[in-house]
Design a protein around this ligand. Structure first.
Ligand SMILES: *Cc1c(COP(=O)(O)O)cnc(C)c1O
Length: 374
């Protein structure tokens, strides 16, 4: 049986709960920014011990809104080189200029030193991305640096639903945290996004931006450069059901990761990224570094063709400063990001993964690793 790279888990009960909630919306005609949106916001904020949550159409919209609220237009924004296109695209759409920074191979995240190297007199914000669900302990030093320089810290927490560092949840370290509910994320609303913030002002601004920049829901005075970034009630209904599973999903995924880590300890050629001290990851991705110079494409195809295990979905395979539409913002080599982008794979982790699937993955990667790397 195929072990897919990712699996979306709505069990029978959850499907029924979503269907009932959707039926209710259709019956009442409250189809956007209504009670399900509020329920989704309240539940997601509670799951992250955040003061405020604003639900929006996508994770990219959540990022763009946070960046607009931070005021990045015509300013520089530090972004790691090894992140999803949307992190930098949101900066560009908000009128800012992405400045790509290098990362730490142990966490795939920015460090205070790499941020400092990328700061300019024009820097307005830093976007820290919790790749794979790992929160770097450097977040504290990065926050202190941002505070000293009068720069906003924004988290791209698309990978980090339910993650924490030293007891503090993802999305609560800076001015705002942006989450995505794209189907493959740890919890999903089909499509959707969320902004978490401790600031009542950021919350109010975000609510204005998401609804065409209108000063109030019923007003027609447009006071900000907003857009149609509302979440539909049907999506919010699905998200509000799914977020109730977040705790058990994270626990299950951590169990899978622990088995991988145990088994791979005896495979010299495969180096998994492990949780830094104080970090509780959701293992959105279980990242494994292959040896330097390894033929990743061959490793993946051997694992797929002979063992039916899919290792698609790197985070990420081509760094942003080398992406065709973003090259114009590049400013020299970023050696660590280039190296780790080129030679990692992600082992499948599902919120309902079975033991036999874990075994199949481990047999596949250890066998191929011994053949290719000794
Ligand atoms: C998924 C993702 C996004 C974008 O989310 P959408 O909901 O697809 O707009 C942004 N950043 C990262 C790191 C992501 O993984």
């Amino acid at each position: 049986m195929t072990v897919p790279a990712a699996r979306i888990v709505f069990d029978v009960e959850d499907r029924a709960a979503v269907a009932a909630a959707v039926a209710e919306s259709l019956a009442t005609g409250a189809l956007t920014l209504g009670p399900h949106t509020e329920r989704f916001e309240t539940a997601f904020a509670a799951a992250h011990r955040a003061q405020h949550a604003v639900a929006v159409a996508t994770g990219t919209a959540a990022l763009e809104i946070a960046l607009r609220v931070a005021g990045v237009a015509n300013r520089d924004v530090v972004v790691p080189a090894n992140t999803f296109y949307a992190t930098a695209a949101a900066v560009v759409h908000a009128g800012g200029r992405p400045v790509f920074a290098d990362v730490d191979a142990a966490t795939f995240a920015l460090t205070a030193a790499s941020v400092e190297a990328a700061l300019t007199p024009s820097t307005k914000a830093v976007v820290l991305v919790h790749i794979g669900g790992l929160i770097t302990p450097e977040v504290h030093a990065i926050k202190a640096l941002c505070d000293r320089r009068g720069v906003a810290l924004i988290e791209d927490a698309a990978h980090a639903h339910g993650c924490s560092l030293d007891g503090r949840m993802a999305g609560t370290f800076g001015l705002a945290g942006a989450f995505s509910f794209y189907p493959t994320k740890v919890t999903t609303s089909g499509e959707g996004g969320m902004i978490l913030t401790a600031s009542p002002e950021v919350r109010e601004e975000a609510r204005i931006y998401r609804d065409q920049g209108k000063g109030a829901f019923t007003a027609n005075h447009h006071v900000r450069d907003g857009a149609s970034w509302r979440i539909s009630e049907l999506n919010a209904a699905a998200g509000a059901v799914h977020v109730q599973r977040l705790g058990e999903f994270v626990q299950h995924r951590r169990g899978v990761a622990a088995r991988y880590t145990d088994a791979l300890a005896s495979v010299d050629a495969l180096t998994p990224l492990t949780e830094p001290p104080g970090c509780v990851s959701n293992f959105y991705k279980y990242i494994v570094l292959l040896p330097e110079g390894a033929d990743r494409a061959r490793f993946k195809s051997e694992v797929a063709d002979r063992f039916d295990v899919r290792l698609s979905g790197e985070v990420y395979d081509l760094p942003l400063h080398q992406q065709p539409v973003l090259k114009k913002y590049a400013n020299g080599a970023l050696p660590v990001a280039e190296d780790v982008c080129a030679r990692h794979v992600c082992l499948p982790v599902h919120s309902d993964m079975r033991d036999d699937e874990v075994e199949q993955v481990l047999t596949a990667v250890t066998t191929v690793s011994h053949e290719m790397f000794g």
